[in-house]
Design a protein around this ligand. Structure first.
Ligand code: ATP
Ligand code: MG
Length: 753
């Protein structure tokens, strides 16, 4: 294999096949690439593929790595290798041996939504008011506690034991029992239970210790305690561990990731080799400079000096919008223009701090006719109709899954009301069996009608179950959709909603087909498919749609790269988040997030902010983000100030040095800002314009021309009509729709196509 494509340090790492190895380096320095080459090199040195385990941050990254390795050393061997996220690898381990810790192999994986359902149910039964203790809060405590490897009781003992803690504990204990009864695991359990299995069952641990002789972990800085322990156990004998990461990119502390895992690696493995990579291959020198300057403001970090041979590139463009709507219009205008100049949509991404920011961005992209995909918003698999199908399929695979059963028992409506469901539940409780088991023999107390409805439902499920293993999976799913009546539930639904729902169901069947096409034979089962769906994150759907602009939160962007990156909402209280502003630790995590965002860009970086922002239905006026002020002026081109000059106004100082005291509304009164798009041709200011005659001015514009308005931003001329000595011009704005003006005084100018 040709290692000469690597630089000296990278090559050293790829050739170091023995003992613990830490690659600690900044963004875009080739960590992931080096790890990939090192694995290929292991294979080339005769290590069997099945002895290698590689853990990546997303499933998508796993696939990329697998493809890359295959292209380096050949397809066949790479297939036996376990490359995946911690969660997917844990599921594989659990599927084999989870019976040893008291679950069945057909376990279901519960997502956020399922978790909340269970918790809400218990809050209600325990008569705890959702307003004093929300289901979300409880979920967060449970997740946090599991990330720290604490059981419900251990968590309670470590809490302040206040009344509220007591309540949480009550729900927590019951939540755990419900999941157990349903033969279900939540996401945190996937790690916890794997750890438990490995710790309590030495033969299992030995098996995996012998099997995975070489363990590799990407993005090691974001491992949590459970992940750390799993890695330690697996490599305790072999010491063949290679981890790569960047302490400056640790951004999941809020979810239990522990940056110390990477900082203490040298203590954990005293015989380790440490390799640092310092050359950045990804970004222009300007972008890298900005990233270095921003991250230098963090105190708790290992000093690193990233440099690049890449050219200076263009300056970072900063744009100040009047409000979030205008910001979005500017971004979409910019994207459109770049696309016209030949930049592929797939090479552009808009990153933001909050999911909620995507709505207005989407609206403007739609208006500008730009194809895009949002990752991490309402996910496809979280849509109601899809969750309904999934619930049916889960019950058909794991009848003990009562949470899913309750979801579908009356969906679509089949006259099984809440009272009936409660009675079924009681009966099940009495008999000590899952609710599914009492469906065939419903309690006597039920009305004969209710009994009949329940029996019909039971017959439907049994009938489907009997066909489950003899029908190809995609056909079976179609059968389920048709025979359960899911496809036809038209009550109170608009035609449009009906069509969308139907399309989504079809897409789901398509996803199943696609899965069958690429799955290995032993995985062509409904159960394996459901597992795959449960572990899918939106990032994984990305590569399927290459001609789209990507929208996602900064947190999802780790490890990825794009030619052009837009970071929207660069305002105090938005980014950094208002929750982090007064806590040094959290503020540093926000700054690392800024560093991650900036370093995603290869060629061009755009920063934008809005002087007033309506978000969560509230208006706020925030100062520019401190992360903008932390980038030196010499690296920034302030396009807003330039556009003011264009309209004949004095440029106002925009980027005031950061001041730690919160001061609001630095911009004076809120209002519309101005837009600027480079490539202006026949620009003029209104004072000049008014000197021209109406007819002379009319000749300057044609319907279809691209124009810029001082307040409303970019649009296209719809029509121009003479009106006395003046003329009226109608413009269709990207952000504001159609408006009409007097041509003599309208503050507009013409843009290049
Ligand atoms: P991040 O910290 O964002 O995860 P990373 O350190 O993992 O980044 P990679 O994604 O591996 O970096 O590499 C960044 C980019 O630089 C990729 O496009 C990669 O192909 C390229 N690259 C890395 N090393 C080299 C090299 N020696 N020669 C040419 N290109 C390289
Ligand atoms: Mg990487």
């Amino acid at each position: 294999m040709d290692l000469s494509v690597l630089n000296e340090q990278q090559r050293k790492a790829a050739e170091n096949l023995n003992g613990p190895l830490l690659i600690l380096a900044g963004a875009g320095s080739g960590k992931t690439r080096t790890m990939t080459y090192r694995i290929a090199n292991l294979l080339e040195h005769g290590v069997p593929a099945w002895q290698i385990l590689a853990l990546t941050f997303t499933n998508k990254a796993a696939r990329q790595m697998k493809d890359r390795i295959a292209s380096l050393i050949g397809e066949i061997e790479a297939e036996d290798m376990w490359i995946g996220t911690f969660h997917s690898v844990c599921v594989r381990i659990l599927r084999r041996d989870i019976e040893k810790i008291g679950y069945q192999r057909s376990f279901t994986i519960y997502d956020d939504d399922d978790q909340l359902r269970v918790i809400k149910d218990w809050l209600k039964q325990l008569k705890i008011d959702d307003k004093t203790l929300s289901a979300r809060d409880v979920r967060n405590v449970i997740s946090d506690s599991k990330n720290k490897l604490l059981t419900a009781d251990e968590w309670f003992r470590s809490s302040e034991k206040a009344y509220r803690d007591q309540q949480i504990h009550d729900v927590y204990v019951r939540y755990e029992q419900t999941l157990k009864d349903n033969n279900a695991l939540d996401f945190d359990d996937l790690l916890m239970k794997t750890l438990q299995l490995l710790m309590d069952h030495p033969p299992v641990l030995q098996y995996y210790q012998q099997r995975f002789r070489y363990v590799n972990v990407d993005e090691y800085q974001d491992t949590n305690m459970a992940q750390y322990e799993i890695v330690r156990l697996l490599t305790a004998k072999s010491h063949q561990l290679c981890v790569v990461g960047d302490d400056d990119q640790s951004i999941y502390g809020w979810r239990g990731a522990d940056i110390r895992n990477i900082l203490n690696f040298e203590q954990d493995f005293p015989d380790c080799t440490v390799i640092k990579l310092e050359q950045n291959y990804r970004s222009t020198a300007t972008i890298l400079d900005a990233a270095n300057q921003v991250i230098a403001h963090n105190e708790g970090r290992k000093e690193k000096a990233l440099w690049t041979e890449n050219s200076l590139g263009e300056k970072i463009k900063l744009y100040t919008a009047g409000d979030e709507r205008e910001e979005a219009a500017w971004i979409s205008g910019q994207i459109k223009q770049m696309h016209n100049q030949g930049w592929p949509y797939a090479e552009m991404a808009i990153l933001y701090r909050l999911h909620a920011q995507s709505r207005i961005l989407e609206e403007m992209l739609v208006r500008a006719g730009i194809p895009y995909r949002v990752y991490g918003g309402t996910r496809f698999y979280e849509r109601k109709e899809i969750k309904d199908i999934l619930a049916y399929l889960r019950v058909l695979v794991n009848p003990a899954d009562t949470v899913s059963l309750k979801r579908i028992i009356n969906t679509p409506r089949r006259s099984i009301g809440d009272t009936t469901v409660s009675q079924l539940e009681e009966q099940a409780l009495e008999e000590g069996v899952p609710m599914f088991s009492v469906l065939t023999n419903p309690p006597e107390e039920l009305s004969s009608r209710a009994r009949r409805c329940v029996s019909d439902f039971a017959r439907l499920l049994f009938d489907l179950m009997s066909r489950r293993d003899s029908t190809p999976m995609d056909e079976f799913i179609e059968t389920v959709i048709n025979e359960t009546g899911l496809i036809n539930q038209m009550e109170k639904e608009t035609e449009e909603a009906y069509i969308t729902r139907k399309e989504n169901m079809m897409e789901f069947i398509g996803a199943a087909k696609e899965y069958l096409d690429r799955a290995e034979d032993e995985d062509k089962t409904l159960q394996a498919f459901l597992e795959n769906v449960a572990l899918i994150t939106d990032l994984d759907r990305q590569e399927d749609v290459p001609q789209f602009v990507t929208l996602m939160t900064l947190h999802s962007a780790k490890g990825l790269e794009y030619d052009a990156v837009f970071m929207a909402g660069m305002e105090e209280n938005v980014f950094p988040s208002y929750r982090a502003i007064n806590e040094d630790d959290r503020l540093e995590e926000e700054r690392r997030l800024a560093y991650v965002g900036i370093t995603r860009a290869r060629k061009q970086l755009y920063l934008s902010l809005a002087r007033s922002r309506t978000i969560f239905n509230q208006v706020s006026y925030n100062r520019p983000s401190r992360f903008v002020s932390e980038i030196p002026d010499r690296l920034i081109e302030d396009v807003w100030a330039l556009s003011r000059q264009h309209f004949g106004e004095e440029p106002a100082p925009l980027r005031k040095p950061h001041n730690r005291e919160p001061r609001y509304n630095d911009f004076g009164t809120p209002g519309m800002g101005q837009l600027n798009i480079p490539g202006v041709t026949k620009g003029f200011v209104p004072s000049q314009a008014s000197k021209l005659s109406g007819s002379a001015m009319m000749r300057m514009y044609d319907p279809g021309d691209r124009v810029m308005h001082r307040k409303f931003g970019e649009g296209r001329v719809v029509s121009i009509e003479k009106a006395g000595t003046d003329a009226r011009i109608t413009i269709d704005f990207i952000a504001y729709g159609r408006k009409e003006f007097s041509l003599a005084i309208a503050p507009i100018f013409k843009l290049e196509e």
